[in-house]
Design a protein around this ligand. Sequence first.
Ligand code: GDP
Length: 300
Amino acid sequence: IGRLKAKLKNARESLSKKIDTVVARGRPVDQELLEELEEALIMADVGVNATSLIMARITEVIKKQRPQDSSKVQDILKDELVNLLTIPAHPLDPSSAKPFVIMVTGVNGVGKTTTIAKLANYWKNQNFSPLLVAADTFRAAAIDQLVLWGERIRVPVIKQQPGADPSAVVYDALEAAISRKHDLVIVDTAGRMHTRVNLMEELKKINRVISKKLPGAPHETLLVIDATTGQNALSQARLFKEAVGISGLVVTKLDGTAKGGTVIALCHELGVPIRFIGVGEGLDDIEPFDPVAFVEALLG
Ligand code: GDP
């Protein structure tokens, strides 16, 4: 948690400092305190809907418990945040299928390629044998970048020429994964938003090809979201969720941003679990998402 606290420094400053003042010891727990708390949450990008829900729950708990000490309100808030961030879902467990197939989606620039490299490296260190798939054939640079990461972390990359049919690349990759006995396949997909309809059709087609070749796959469809984009992140997430279905989120760039509250808004609005968070540009700057540790790092 110490490391996470340091990484989340800015988000922590934006939320924790305000809340500390609001719930300063010795204040009466009254309407004024609750209004200030509500304002602090809104200012920290928690979002109007999630904030209303949190405030309603806190008000309810306060009515029941009647805390005398305002600092108790902070504990109630932490509990509510943890509840909100805990989305019931099956765990993301690559050992549950062989090969386990993860499709990774997200808009260009959010940190998708970096996240794929971090994840491959993370699971490689747990003795999985990942295979990366360069299915963003729309940008030559995307293929090159994935190949570079693959060399760096010593994980093979399946690719074709720029402009090739992404579904064909994925089909080849699944054959290769099966014959070479890889137990984890991570598919990089395109994220060009200017041809949104085409993009969603392309992602659906990749999905169909995967499930036809391997019934039950993809086992996980991750959406990578950039925490620094605030409200934009939310609308992107809704779009991908509706079009391709999302089973998990990776929220990147939480280091350095004050918009830590975005994570809470995302969870509340989408009902999709956060699987990992990205906290830097390095390979090790990825953490499995743990609601308790996250809330503690943000507010503790
Ligand atoms: P893509 O276009 O979505 O594939 O994005 P890239 O993986 O190329 O990343 C875009 C930029 O974001 C690069 O400069 C990355 O180093 C940076 N980046 C990715 N993840 C993080 C993160 O968690 N924190 C920070 N600070 N930068 C990140």
